[in-house]
Design a protein around this ligand. Structure first.
Ligand SMILES: *Cc1c(COP(=O)(O)O)cnc(C)c1O
Length: 430
């Protein structure tokens, strides 16, 4: 059933390292060949062999309205016809900026970049520039893109390959990155005892790059308290959770406010966009207003802005969408849990808005180390079998899953029925 994809993958491997432009796409942790995608439509992906899949990945998060949403498509095409890029200001940038900052009390200004990696990298530079300090605190299993100083015990792609860091990143650059266990208050306190040079804490308030592992309230409160006490800034990396966990992301369901927010994924609706935002005082340090340099030839690209703007307008006009997505996410994971239990398989499940996660293990993991104790072989078998039956889940236990508006209850029911059969097999084999 993957004949053409197998051939395509071989050909790709000749000219692209590992055949892919982002490592996790290679399916290394579940084995087999990644299906090459021909097109998407609504909740479905179609590969070049003609297989159809219900897509629970949605380009790793951005496509909250699924593939080829008519409104987004129309907005993009209209913009494309006026030119692809100008390297000069456009009204679309201001409009998208207004849409986003008007939603949050703690941010006044936002700057657009072209990826989540750029967003977090720039946010860190801003935090260091504003505080005039050098160290940053990051947590094991949180992924903030692939910039040098953040590539220390990052989750997902990195975790899947088991590399704690990456060759090519000088130790000189990561020595300022203090690493703590997620949800571990005493380790965090120790960081602040050991260094008086901490510029910021960067955290995924709802981690989605070691599977779905939300931070506890007490832990986030401690992050806020320590930042206040030591003059450091708190960065919530909402590249994944923004407009996903709720309309206002993780910030919308927590009582804790960050100083800097980073965005990506949903704000581009499938186009390459990232952004970082803060109060006008903090943002005034950014060039050309201030001295901290940050730039991008294609930043605020009009086509990308148009896609994001249409998507956000739709979300804001109909906030009930989140109730629906959340219900479906819960229905899916509860169903999976039920059939797992029925088949004697230990499964831990979790959701936050339209994000969901499941782990093959006995107890709910609270940090990266605990995620590492899950049954990865079992996950790989489950993934392969579900794929064969037309359900496209993220190809690693270190990734979260996503519900889009085009996924129906019927699709979820079918998915659970299929999972029941697959788990029966798991019980006997893996
Ligand atoms: C995806 C992601 C990034 C990196 O974004 P890219 O667009 O892949 O560079 C950063 N932080 C988080 C939390 C993410 O999920």
């Amino acid at each position: 059933m993957f004949k053409k994809s197998i051939k395509a993958y071989k050909e790709a491997c000749e000219v692209i390292p590992g055949g892919v432009d982002s490592p996790v796409r290679a399916f290394k942790s579940v084995g087999g060949t990644p299906p090459f995608i021909k097109k998407g439509e609504g909740a479905y992906l179609f590969d070049i062999d003609g297989n159809a899949y219900v897509d629970f990945v949605q380009s790793w998060g951005p496509l909250i309205f699924g593939h080829c949403d008519k409104d987004i498509e129309k907005a993009v095409i209209k913009t494309v016809k006026k030119g692809l890029s100008f390297g000069a200001p456009t009204l679309l940038e201001t409009e998208l900026a207004q849409e986003i900052v008007s939603m949050y009390k703690n941010i006044d200004k936002i700057r657009f970049v072209s990826s989540g990696t750029e967003a977090t990298m720039s946010a860190i530079r801003l935090a260091r520039g504003v505080t005039n300090k050098n160290d940053i605190v990051k947590f094991e299993g949180c992924y903030h893109g692939h910039s040098d100083s953040l590539l220390v015990q990052a989750g997902s792609g990195m975790a899947t390959f088991g590399s704690p860091s990456s060759p090519g990143v000088p130790a000189d650059l990561t020595k300022h990155t203090l690493l703590c266990e997620y949800n571990n208050i005493s380790q965090l306190e120790k960081c602040f005892e050991e260094s008086s040079d901490i510029a910021c804490i960067i955290i995924e308030p709802i981690a989605g790059n070691m599977g779905l592992v939300p931070a506890t309230n007490e832990f986030l409160e401690k992050c806020r308290e320590l930042c206040n006490k030591h003059g450091a800034l708190l960065i919530f990396d909402e590249v994944m959770s923004g407009f996903r966990a709720s309309l206002k992301g993780a910030s919308g369901i927590l009582n804790i406010q960050a100083d800097i927010l980073t965005f990506g994924k949903v704000i581009g609706a499938g186009m390459p966009v990232g952004a970082f935002a803060a109060s006008k005082e903090i943002m005034s340090h950014l060039s050309p207003e201030g001295k901290i340099y940050q730039a991008g030839t294609l930043s605020g690209n009009p086509v990308a802005m148009a896609a994001g703007l249409e998507s956000l307008k739709k979300l804001k006009a109909n906030p009930k969408i989140y109730e629906d997505l959340s219900k479906k996410a819960i229905k899916l994971v509860n169903g999976l849990k039920e059939v797992a239990t029925k088949n004697g398989i230990a499964l831990q499940v979790n959701t936050r808005g339209s994000m969901f996660g499941f782990f093959f293990c006995e107890e709910e993991p609270k940090n990266f180390k605990e995620v590492g104790k899950c049954n990865f072989e079992r996950f790989a078998t489950f993934h392969r079998e579900m794929l064969k039956h037309g359900f496209y889940f993220a190809c690693s236990q270190y990734e979260a899953g996503f519900i889009c508006t085009k996924i129906t209850n019927k699709m979820i029911e079918n998915c659970i029925k299929t999972a029941d059969k697959v788990m029966k097999g798991l019980k006997n084999n893996a």
